[in-house]
Each structure stands twice: as C-alpha cells, then as structure tokens.
Design a protein around this ligand. Structure first.
Ligand code: NAD
Length: 421
C-alpha cells in the first residue's frame, strides 16, 4: 500500500503465468484493467456535531466467473491503487479455489481507531448508502478485511436490508452468526493456511516441531499462532504495528491474544512469560522454519529478503512479498505458499456463508472445516503438481492454475458478450 505502483507489481505475476500457457492475448488485455472502480466521499456526523468526509472506493475488477467478491478495508493509507490491486488478487484467488466468483474490493481512507463506536457505525452505513446500487448478492458481495469485522458487516447488512426493504443476508459475508453469518468464518483464513501447511509439510521436507515467526497479530496472525501452537509447534516471534516479542522457548500465545483483546500491543507483554522485546523490522530476519506474514503488503522487499532464514513462507497477508523479493527468495531456496492460495480459506468460508444464506440451511462447524480442508488440499496439491511439472515456484504455479480457469471462462462467454465489454 505504500508504493503507488502496486497494481503494476501485481501484473508482473500475470505475465509470468501467461508465459507458460497458450493464452489468447485478449484474455490478458481483459485482465490487465479493473472493469469498474467507483470513488465517493462519505460525509458523516461526528459525535461533537461537526461533519467529516472520508474517501471511499469499491472496485469490481473482473466478473467473468461470477459476482465480484472482496473485503472492505478501513485504513488511513488506503488508495485506489491498493483497492484495485486487492481486487485483482481476489479475481485470481477465487479462480484458484474454483469459487463461482470474480474479484472485487473496497476501502475507506480512515483510521477507525480514531472514531467512536457510533461514528464507526455511521461511516459503515454511509458506505452501504453510497454503494447500494453496485453491490448485491448476484453482483458484488463485500466481506471484512483489515480493520473491519463482523460487527461492521452486521451494520452494513442491516443498512442494505433497510434500503432494499427486505432481509438480504447473501449481500455481505463475515456477518455475526445472529444475522446469518457462518460458523467457522472467524478463523477461516488461518485455518485454510494451516490445512495447506499440514498437507504439504511432507513434500516440503518439514517434519516434527517447527519454530514459527508471525508478522501481524490480528485475525489471521492470532488464529494461525493458535492452530499451529496447538499442534506442538513453537511460536518464537510475533509483531504488530507497534512492536513485537520473541522467546526461544516459545511465546505464550494465550497471553498475547488476551493482551490484543485488551487493546494493547503484543510488546506490552515484554518481561512476562519470558517474552523479550523484538522490533517489527527485525521479524522478517528471525531464525525460524516458518515465517507467516499476516499484516500488510510489501513487507518482504529486496532490502530485507536476503535476511530471511525460514525455509517456508505462508502468506496469510495479501501481497506481503514484492516480485523482486520473490526472486531473491527463490535463489535462496525459500518456498513461498502464495497469498492467492495460502489465505484463500477466508473467501472460501465466505462462499459457504453465501451458499447457506441462499439455501436458508446452515451447516455445522465440522461440515465447514471438512469442506474447507477438502478444497484447500485439492487446490494445494494441484498447484504443487504444476510447480513440479513446469519447474516453477508455487506462486507462478498458482497463477497458471487460476489463469487457465479465467481464460476458459472468458472464452466461453463469446466475443459479443456483456462480459466481454
Ligand atoms: P487485522 O486488522 O485483524 O490485523 C492486522 C494486524 O497487522 C494488526 O495486528 C496490526 O497491528 C498488524 N500490523 C500492521 N502493520 C504492521 C507492521 N508494519 N508490522 C507488523 N504488524 C503490523 O487484519 P487481518 O484480517 O488479520 O488481515 C491481515 C492480512 O491478511 C491482510 O493483508 C489481509 O488482507 C489478509 N487477509 C485477511 C483475511 C481475513 O479473513 N481476515 C482474508 C484474506 C487475507
């Protein structure tokens, strides 16, 4: 998000994959640009009676394979470039998992930590008022992303229902269970990555207990630490935006989660349970077996890629490794499980939520976990096989896998289609 050419970076992956497939150039031309991106200014009343405006976007990048799907991010540094890039990644992520969706994304340029709860609710409702004509259960389906959560999705679903005059739960996913949310959505992103690592561990030469470093300790970071920690692996380093901690003996994950729930940085646990201070900048170079970026984009760059000591990177964040850094990691023999596969558990359970909303019949958490595991393992193994066959990285293999499906759908629509415009 800090770089203004994030989409250009992302498109490098498209070209890399296309080089391995016999693809019609029309397909590449179509996938190089967002289909539509709408920008608005949201005006809300602040608690002190003043009015304040916030920039907001919604992007529908490509809808060839189905309605667009993608989260809404609340972040002070969000830009249109970031939104379109995230929507591009969603297009490929949904294709990787063979979900019947295209890719979308939204954002509001705001620091939500500076708003009261009532202001946050007014802002969330204003977003839906502005984009009600763009979204819809068969058109564009938002979900949570960085600094948005199920409470915000609940307000947004409620606002949409008021506008259309009836409950329409399938318009948004990541809702509270009481409003039609799915069991298992909370930890779905991390759980998908967890199933993937567990299934490919043998192929990756990882046996026994791993030493793990986690960058970012929100939804994705906390859940992966919990899931892998419960399997006997050691979480030895964790950071958030304000600081970090390390412990060779293994960090106390429950203490870290309780600290975050109390609204404090993980760094405030220094001195407790043997936790020592670690600066956020040091995390990437921590000596470990598995590195899990679970914060934001562009965290592993040419500047710090050579310092990576992990054998495996699980990209729970979107776009944490730049294309230049990817090349450095490949020469060092580091395997990267790429974002469009590794963090696709979130959108997959969002898809389950949408299916359950539409059929009005709800699944048990065991059914959710089983279905998620089946899809993660199926697509993970398919991508592993492509990587072996073509002697490419898992990232290039994932893009080849997705691009093949996108090209097939684009061609199947025909050249006079509405979807071809
Ligand atoms: P979140 O808001 O719950 O947590 C983000 C965390 O990153 C926070 O702990 C924050 O302090 C930390 N952070 C921010 N800047 C940092 C920095 N410079 N160094 C270290 N930590 C930093 O967000 P989340 O939902 O966990 O999402 C994290 C990443 O995972 C994002 O890239 C998001 O797009 C991606 N992702 C999330 C989901 C999901 O379902 N939550 C799904 C797919 C992808």
């Amino acid at each position: 998000m800090q770089e203004d050419n994030l989409l250009d970076h992302a498109l490098v992956r498209l070209d890399e994959a296309a080089a391995h497939l016999n693809i019609d150039p029309d397909v590449i031309e179509k996938l190089k640009y967002a289909r539509e991106t709408t920008k608005v200014r949201l005006m809300i009343r602040m608690d002190d009676g003043s009015r304040k405006s916030f920039l907001a976007w919604r992007c529908r990048y490509d809808d060839t394979r189905g309605p667009t799907k993608g989260g809404i991010r609340f972040h002070p540094e969000s830009t249109i470039d970031e939104v379109e890039t995230l929507a591009f990644w969603m297009t490929f992520k949904c294709a990787v998992m063979n979900l019947p969706y295209g890719g979308g994304k939204g954002a509001v340029q705001v620091d939500p930590r500076k708003l009261s709860k009532a202001e946050l609710e007014r802002l969330s409702r204003a977003y839906i008022q502005a984009f009600a004509r763009i979204i819809g259960p068969d058109r564009d389906i938002p979900a949570p992303d960085v600094y948005t959560n199920s409470m915000i999705m609940g307000w947004m679903a409620d606002e949409y229902a008021q506008i259309v005059g009836q409950a329409e739960p399938a318009v948004i996913t990541g809702k509270p269970i009481a409003l039609g949310g799915s069991l298992g959505r909370g930890d779905a992103t991390a759980r998908g990555g967890y199933y993937l690592v567990r299934d490919l561990a043998e192929n990756l030469g990882l046996r026994g207990s791993m030493r793990i470093a986690v960058q970012g300790f929100g939804n994705a970071g906390q859940h992966i630490a919990k899931l892998l920690g419960a399997d006997g692996h050691k979480i030895i380093a964790v950071t958030d935006s304000e600081g970090g901690v390390k412990s060779e003996a293994g960090l106390d994950v429950d203490l870290l989660i309780a600290t975050k729930n109390a609204g404090k940085s993980v760094a405030s646990t220094v001195g407790k349970s043997g936790h020592e201070f670690l600066s956020p900048a040091e995390l990437v170079g921590v000596d470990c077996d598995l590195l899990v970026p679970a914060a934001l984009e562009n965290m592993i760059t040419v500047e710090n890629a050579a310092s990576v000591k992990a054998k495996l990177i699980l990209e729970l964040a979107n776009g944490p490794v730049t294309p230049e850094a990817d090349r450095v990691l490949a020469t060092q023999g580091v395997t990267v499980l790429p974002d469009i596969l590794a963090n696709a558990g979130g959108v997959t359970v969002s898809y389950f939520e949408w299916v359950q909303n539409r059929q009005g019949y709800y699944w048990s958490v065991e059914e959710i976990h089983q279905r998620l595991q089946t899809i993660m393992e199926r697509e993970g193994r398919a991508i592993w096989d492509i990587a072996q066959d073509k002697n490419v990285t898992m990232r290039v293999a994932a893009y080849i896998h997705a691009l093949g499906r996108l090209a097939e759908a684009i061609e199947a629509h025909g050249t006079q289609s509405f979807f071809d415009s």
